[in-house]
Design a protein around this ligand. Structure first.
Ligand code: ZN
Length: 176
């Protein structure tokens, strides 16, 4: 079961706009399975975008918990938000690429999304609540946007300082 390593901020690879996928072939499905294994292995992550594992392609996966158990992974290739609801919600978000930091972010409550599924079928679906928020967070990754980019500059600076410190510590640990 192959797993991929997750890039943590600050890292320029997380700020790049990702390219559309031309074709969902076996190679891409293999990669998506590795993404799914990586997400399931992370203790509490519910979503992962390809740029977080160093691949700048428009692929997002979600695997949420129900009654403490992981569900099936859902795959979204070339996701495009066709409509954002005017109604917004504020909820606390975290990110596997932003370890040790959570903050409240305001997003649209519901979205209408077009995407290709795992079997290469074109889908158009309405999502609301938690799932809609996860998708907006993950799709932001495809455009090089992290949830901390939605915060005030003061809050963002605090987060970035913490992340830099954490990175310095883990790099030092690697040398030993
Ligand atoms: Zn994230």
């Amino acid at each position: 079961m192959s797993r991929l390593s997750i890039i943590t901020a600050p890292d320029s690879r997380l700020t790049i706009k990702s390219a559309n996928v031309d074709q969902i072939d076996d190679k891409l499905r293999k990669f998506m399975t590795s993404m799914s294994n990586t997400l399931k292995f992370s203790s509490n992550g519910v979503g992962l975008a390809a740029p977080q594992v160093g691949i700048n392609k428009r692929v997002v996966i979600i695997n949420s918990f129900q009654d403490g158990e992981r569900g099936e992974t859902q795959f979204f290739v070339n996701p495009k938000i066709l409509h954002f609801s005017e109604e917004t919600v504020i909820s606390e978000e975290g990110c596997l690429s932003v370890p040790g930091y959570c903050a409240e972010v305001q997003r649209a409550k519901s979205i209408r999304l077009s995407y290709l599924d795992y079997d290469n079928n074109q889908q158009e679906t309405f999502f609301t609540g938690f799932f809609s928020i996860c998708l907006q967070h993950e799709i932001n990754h495809l455009d090089g946007i992290l949830f901390i980019d939605h915060l005030s500059s003061t809050k963002k600076n605090i987060a970035v300082r913490k992340l830099k410190k954490l990175k310095k510590l883990s790099n030092a640990a690697n040398i030993i």
